[in-house]
Design a protein. Structure first.
Length: 316
């Protein structure tokens, strides 16, 4: 009989070994993660710690440096006592509801329409994507040229057809509608891309089965297509909520929060407190409040996604 020789198991590449249920890190993996970890610590963790520290302090600028004195929750209680807080929240919520609702509805509608289109899809996609890749400063300049009361193209068109000029950026209602329109124009393509990509992943056999069963085009969209892309629509809605809460560039360049405080969003309000009034502790407390809002939105997103996923699993 010939004796058989048992060869030792091959080692994993990089000199690491793995066991069932356990994962070991290679030296290369740790080295590769080091720059990312340093970047996160330098530009993420450290600024967050300083923000929370300033929010709990009375901060003064002395000889080019910060002098902090612990103030507990005084800055946070001041948010509730500040008479500007409720008007700013009302303006911000109005902007968020209008911008997010219109963006999600228009983006979803455009995605469904283009998915059903028979020709010119490539050209349409390029045109629809264009606003998203434009810098906010350029967006502001474009819409300022359109909405300006003196040289604005929109007022020129109104005059040409015999209608009166409008003070788009000079009246409270007009200014709010204008910044909502700018935000919707700028970010609807983002929702469109997310939903359209999800539509492309739907199995064509599912749609064909619905048609064989006698479903109309509208019934197919309502009962089959939209439920299948609902998780993506929820994701797009949460992304737009977060983006709307921290919207700043176009609003600052177009209206500066005016006329009056009719477009004074929370982001503009924090900028005024921080840089114009130099109330650094109070401004930091408002920044922490925004972070808590983001955390709340993230929690709502997780709950909504779990609910949709569980409902879909129960229907299968």
């Amino acid at each position: 009989m010939t004796a058989t020789t048992t060869l030792p198991p091959l080692r994993a590449s990089g000199g690491t070994s793995t066991r069932r249920g356990r994962k070991t890190w290679s030296k290369f993996g740790l080295v590769a993660l080091t720059p990312f970890a340093l970047f996160l610590l330098l530009f993420g963790v450290y600024p967050a710690i300083e923000l929370f520290r300033m929010a709990a302090s009375e901060v003064q600028v002395v000889q080019g440096g910060f002098q902090m004195e612990f103030a507990g929750l005084n800055n946070f209680s001041r948010i509730l006592a500040d008479p500007d807080t409720l008007p700013v929240l009302f303006v911000t919520i109005t902007f968020i509801i209008g911008a997010v609702a219109l963006t999600v509805m228009l983006g979803t509608l455009l995605a469904v329409m283009l998915d059903r289109a028979l020709f010119m899809k490539t050209v349409a996609k390029r045109i629809l994507i264009w606003p998203t890749v434009v810098a906010p400063v350029v967006v502001s300049v474009i819409w300022l040229l359109l909405l300006s009361p003196t040289i604005g193209a929109i007022n020129k068109v109104l005059l040409a057809v015999g209608l009166p000029e409008q003070g788009w950026l000079g009246e409270p209602v007009g200014a709010m509608l204008s910044i909502i329109a700018v935000d919707v124009w700028h970010w609807t393509p983002l929702v469109f891309l997310l939903v359209y990509t999800s539509l492309q992943s739907i199995d064509s056999e599912v749609l064909e089965a619905a048609r064989v069963d006698g479903a109309t085009e509208w019934q197919t969209i309502k009962m089959v297509v939209l439920p299948m892309v609902k998780p993506v629509i929820i994701t797009a809605t949460v992304i737009r909520l977060i983006m709307s809460v921290k919207a700043f560039d176009e609003m600052f360049l177009l209206t500066h929060g005016g006329p009056g405080n009719s477009t004074n969003l929370i982001s503009l309000h924090i900028r005024t407190i921080f840089f114009d009034r130099l109330e650094l502790g109070y401004g930091s407390a408002l920044g922490v409040a925004i972070i808590l809002i983001f955390a709340l939105l993230g929690g709502l997103y997780v709950l909504a996604k779990k609910a949709v996923t569980g409902r879909q699993a129960s229907n299968v």
